[in-house]
Design a protein around this ligand. Sequence first.
Ligand SMILES: [Zn+2]
Ligand SMILES: [Zn+2]
Length: 356
Amino acid sequence: VSQIRRDALSDSWVICAPQRDARPEEFVEAQLPGPPVLICPFCGGNESATPEATLVIGDPEANDEVTWAVRVVPNRYPAVTDGDRRLEEGTGASRPSHPDLFQVSPLSGGHEVIIESPLHVQSLTDLSERHAAMVFDAYARRLRYWYGQSGIDYVVVFKNVGAAAGASLRHTHSQLVASSMLPPRVAELSQRVKAHYEREKKCLLCQMLADELGEESRIVARTPRFVAYCPFASRLPYLMRVVPLEHQESFESLETAAIGELAALTRRLLRLLESMHSPAAYNYVIQTRPHRTACSNSFHWWLEIFPRLTKTAGFEWGSDCYINPVLPETAAGHLRILSRRIAPRGDRGVQVDFSG
Ligand SMILES: [Zn+2]
Ligand SMILES: [Zn+2]
């Protein structure tokens, strides 16, 4: 059972999930007679190597025995688990003399893997625009499912690519974590944007976006519904934020055409990162409104891409303050130039404008 512990000194909470320690690095051994055979559990044909799917999106163009395009399965090594919500008394041999300084709570929820293709491809950019849209549709459907479950206060979709970004399997996939606890940073963010709305009668992100669009230098790309930019105070070099131009509280309520547009834009941005460094290491995260706690007028959802070009080092660990060696204006300019050098590859549907 996962639990969440509070560090009284930093007032930060940590999810303890010892069950994840057993996860394999790359492949699992097939249960076959004879010498061990290594198989990728995410490849089409190896469905028995993963738990039963919670969502399958079929491929209308499939012509052989693998008929799925996107498959969502429970994570075998979950960070958050469902089931027993009781917490065993104590966590070690002795009880602390000041239990309030060693707070611990049970944590429940779910942890799923979104397998983005039956083929052993290693990037979302290897998929067609149409297929990438199916992946984002799976995100939206699972977010709607988990936000419909009682006792779930926070659901996040994210992707880890490359060892430096925490990925343990290469086959292209994303993840979803649903949790009974709203992480304190997200709770504080929700409070901050709510306070801004009450003061200004305007959404904070809408206001920041208007200024970014006016300034132009940090804009990377636009589509009719979205804009991608390197934020004014980016924590990491080449960090990109993708936001809807119109105020929208939640990603999972997007209509199909908008989901396709977002997937196409994200795929194009990831190709820029891959053209800079190969193999690329990055994370992306979709921050959508925590349903029960955040206010819909003030919470504006976004997708953020975190390239892992620098290492988190002593200063960052000690101060929680990041040192970014690349100005976001420089990063955005470089990304716009790169976009002109990359030949289109299966980009038919969505027009992405990199003119800044
Ligand atoms: Zn595979
Ligand atoms: Zn807004």
